[in-house]
Structure formats: structure tokens, C-alpha cells
Design a protein around this ligand. Structure first.
Ligand SMILES: C[S@@+](CC[C@H](N)C(=O)[O-])C[C@H]1O[C@@H](n2cnc3c(N)ncnc32)[C@H](O)[C@@H]1O
Length: 340
């Protein structure tokens, strides 16, 4: 029944029209074309040219000013205090495999060992291991707010020459116009203000540099949508595009990714569901002006509210540990070539 109630975004038609101008953009006229299950979807900041925007607003996600339980820096800090123990061995194999990683990094055009690269929210260094397949480790910096995750990265022999630092994605300790590539995989979902993080990506890049943000996509199946909304930020594809365009990026593209055994199904959302890239169009800071930061980690928190958010968020996260197992079982049972 689950699969017949709502189809995933893999079956969504493309709409053509202007670039999205607000969250929850629905596009204009429909032309019945279907998005590829995986692959590049071009978006163009020039409103006079044709723009392809996936219409996946089957239900609107929460407004950006109502963060989910773990879409807070302090909650994310404590979440990874424990999760870092099992992250590489238990969490990644269900959501973020090596082939997905390499596929997601491909649009970042990392094919030069001299590139200066930052891996923001780099955690245990799983994505960094994909970056250093092409870029010399001494040119790569891993930044994360969790010392526990970074401790795991420090233990990896292959990452010994990388620079590893603690820091906040929304307030990067790098000069303006200083790096060739900005990579961030699976971190945006915890940022209270994702637009600010992407604006920071723009600032630190050199002219012509590429930002590549890999992250979740919003589910369309009702139960998955409920748990996603409780847990953390699962942006819609058009939200990513809008954040990139507002920050000032040109040539914004979105590539769909997912574990092989999902056979392209996207109705449950994916913790690692797309890779979005954009090119810095002019030197200096982003043209986007933002007010003060939404969350100051140094401010004291209400311990009751914190604990409630943390426990409820962790329960919701458990649902998404089960989804890939459910999909894997379906993949084993349903004959190859048939939809699951
Ligand atoms: C799902 S892990 C991804 C780790 C790694 N990029 C990978 O591909 O395996 C998310 C990481 O984002 C980090 N994180 C969350 N919020 C952050 C923030 N505001 N600034 C920096 N790192 C953050 C977490 O500590 C965690 O290590």
C-alpha cells in the first residue's frame, strides 16, 4: 500500500518557467516531462532563459524558521558525541556508500591535485577519503563542530596530511576568496540556517571556484515525511537551488544520488539524496545580506527543552536507520527490473 499511496520524486514531471523566487516554489506550466531517476538537472539563474525545476511540492516542508529537533548545533553536537562511535561502520553503509560518494563528488570537478579544498562538516573524513583520491591531502582541510567526529578522522592514516580543525559551517574561519573547492556532505541537515552556510561557501571560494553540497531530499511518503520533519532538515530540491542562487552562484546544477538497492526510489527521502553544485561568479563576499545568526552555541539552553528535542530527534533518526534495511529486503524479494 505504501508505494501506491504516493509516488516518489522519480516520477515527478518537470515544470518550465522562471527560477524559483520563494520557498515551496511550484513552478508554472507543466509539460509532462519526467526527471531522470539519477543525473544532472540544470537550473539557470537567468530568468529569461528556460529553467527546469522539479515540482516535488506534494506537501510543503516546514518553514525554515521552525527547525526540527536535531536541526540545532548543540543537539547535533551531542548527537554526534554518541553517533561518532558507530558512524563509519553502522550508519554510512545504509545511506552513504563509497560509490554514492564518488558519484556525488564528480560534479565538483576535483581532478587536479593542486586544488585547495575545504570539507565542511567533514566528520570522520569519509567524504575526505573520496576527495583525496584526486587532490593532494596537504591541500585539504576538514572542518567540523564535533571533536568526537574529528577524532575519528585523525585516526585515519590516509588523512594524516590533511588539516583538521573545529569550526562552524555558518561562520567559517577561512579568508574570503581563499579556496578552489568547497565540499560539504551530509551536514546541511543540522544547520539552523542553511542559507547562511551556503553564503559562507560562496565567500570563501575563489572566483570560478565550485561549491558542492551533498544532502538529504524531502520524502513524499507520509510516514517518512512525518519522521523527517521531526528529526532534521530534509530540503526539497528547489530549496537547495534557491539557496545557491540567492547566495550568488551561477551554473547551479543538481545531481540525484541514492543507494543502488533503492532502484531510484525517492518517496522515503534520502539522507544523502542529491549533490548540488554552483560556480562563484564574482570575487568577494556573497551579495546576499543576512541578519544575525539564528543560534549562538555559547548561549545557555533550557535543559528540559534540549533533552526533549534530543530524545525525540534520536527516536526519529532510528526510523531512518530502518528504511534502508526495508528497501534492501524489498530489493532482494522483488524481481529485478520491476519497480519496488
Ligand atoms: C552525517 S555527518 C557527515 C560527515 C561526513 N561529511 C561524511 O560524509 O561522512 C554530519 C557532520 O556535520 C557536522 N556538523 C553539524 N552541524 C555542523 C556545523 N554547524 N558546523 C560544522 N559541522 C557541523 C556533524 O558534527 C557531523 O560530523
Amino acid at each position: 500500500m505504501a508505494s501506491s499511496v504516493l509516488n516518489g520524486a522519480e516520477n515527478l514531471p518537470l515544470s518550465t518557467g522562471r527560477a524559483p523566487s520563494g520557498l515551496g516554489f511550484l513552478g508554472s506550466s507543466l509539460h509532462g516531462r519526467r526527471l531522470p531517476k539519477m543525473g544532472m538537472v540544470p537550473f539557470n539563474g537567468n530568468s529569461r532563459t528556460r529553467t527546469m525545476v522539479p515540482k516535488c511540492s506534494l506537501s510543503s516542508s516546514r518553514p525554515a524558521n521552525q527547525p526540527r529537533f536535531i536541526q540545532h548545533k548543540k543537539e547535533a553536537f551531542w548527537f554526534y558525541r554518541f553517533l561518532s562511535i558507530v558512524y563509519d561502520h553502522v550508519i554510512n553503509p545504509g545511506h552513504w556508500t563509497e560509490d554514492m560518494r564518488d558519484d556525488a563528488l564528480e560534479p565538483a570537478d576535483l581532478f587536479d591535485p593542486r586544488l585547495k579544498v575545504v570539507d565542511v562538516g567533514g566528520g570522520t573524513g569519509f567524504t575526505t577519503l573520496g576527495i583525496i583520491k584526486h587532490v593532494h591531502p596537504k591541500n585539504v582541510t576538514i572542518l567540523d563542530q564535533s571533536p568526537h567526529q574529528l577524532a575519528k578522522a585523525r585516526q585515519k592514516e590516509a588523512l594524516k596530511e590533511c588539516t583538521i580543525i573545529e569550526g562552524d559551517a555558518e561562520d567559517l574561519p577561512f579568508p574570503t576568496d581563499s579556496v578552489d573547492r568547497y565540499i560539504s556532505a551530509g551536514s546541511i541537515e543540522y544547520w539552523p540556517d542553511p542559507q547562511r552556510g551556503i553564503k559562507e561557501a560562496y565567500r570563501v571560494l575563489k572566483l570560478g571556484g565550485i561549491a558542492c553540497v551533498i544532502g538529504p531530499v524531502y520524502p513524499t511518503f507520509w510516514l517518512s515525511r512525518f519522521f523527517a520533519d521531526v528529526w532534521m532538515l530534509f530540503p526539497k530540491e528547489e530549496e537547495y537551488i534557491e539557496w545557491f542562487q540567492k547566495a550568488g552562484f551561477k551554473d547551479v546544477k543538481l545531481k540525484r544520488i541514492g543507494p543502488k538497492w533503492y532502484r531510484g526510489v525517492r518517496r522515503h527521502g534520502l539522507i544523502m539524496g542529491c549533490s548540488v553544485t554552483g560556480v562563484k561568479r564574482a570575487s568577494g563576499d556573497s551579495p546576499l545580506q543576512l541578519g544575525p545568526k539564528a543560534e549562538d552555541v555559547k548561549q545557555p539552553v533550557n535543559p528540559f527543552a534540549f533533552l526533549t528535542r534530543f530524545i525525540l530527534g534520536t527516536i526519529a533518526a532510528a526510523y531512518f536507520v530502518l528504511v534502508p534495511i526495508y528497501m534492501w529486503i524489498k530489493d532482494q524479494i522483488v524481481p529485478k527490473g520491476m519497480p519496488i
